[in-house]
Design a protein around this ligand. Structure first.
Ligand code: IMP
Length: 179
């Protein structure tokens, strides 16, 4: 049954924990360099980015605020519907703040496009995008991606925050799921 514990043998490691963590350190360092000593508001997109957000904010170091946006873009399954539902909004205004939107993966780009429009009207001082994974082959709208962890082929991946029917988020690596 897809997404059940019995399908563990359908997973193949794509990015191991060591590579993942090394790249996140690099991204954090680059982001801190780009922003100098300024406070950065990192906005994690739930649920998929929760592990990436936790590691990235520590890699950035210095003054960082953590905010979260809850988004539900799939109603289960492996295909984007393009329908974005906000399930949790920011707790603080971000007006005048340097913001980095922290995503797990950009696939069609529909979710990111929607979120960027939604955040721009809240007048941040600047708005950048950090995504752990980029799947450019499947893009339906062009979106801004300032910091990319890894560019990957058009395959369905799970682990390190990414799920299939809510499972596999706790894997320490990224794996390709083959149905
Ligand atoms: P997009 O709107 O198609 O760019 O998809 C963005 C969201 O779809 C991501 O934040 C993920 O939650 C989900 N998603 C896209 N591709 C994958 C994947 O390969 N595995 C798990 N989730 C995915």
């Amino acid at each position: 049954m897809p997404g059940s514990e019995s399908s563990v043998d359908q997973l193949e490691v794509l990015i191991n924990e060591e590579r993942l963590q090394a790249r996140i350190q690099e991204l954090g360092k680059q982001i801190r360099e780009d922003f100098g000593d300024n406070p950065i508001t990192c906005i994690g997109v739930l649920k998929g980015s929760f592990l990436f957000m936790a590691d990235l904010v520590r890699a950035i170091g210095g003054p960082v605020r953590c905010e979260f946006l809850g988004v539900s873009s799939y109603q289960g399954g492996t295909r984007s519907t393009g329908v974005v539902r906000i399930t949790h909004d920011l707790k603080q205004p971000v007006e005048g703040q340097h913001c980095v939107l922290v995503e797990d993966i950009v696939d069609t780009g529909l979710t990111m496009d929607y979120l960027l429009r939604m955040l721009q009207v809240r007048n941040p001082a600047s708005l950048k995008v950090a995504t752990l994974l980029d799947k450019p082959d499947n893009r339906e709208v062009e979106v801004q991606t300032d910091y990319i962890g890894f560019t990957i082929p058009d395959e369905f991946v799970v682990g390190y925050g990414l799920d299939l029917n809510e499972l596999y988020r706790n894997l320490p690596h990224i794996a390709v799921y083959t149905p």
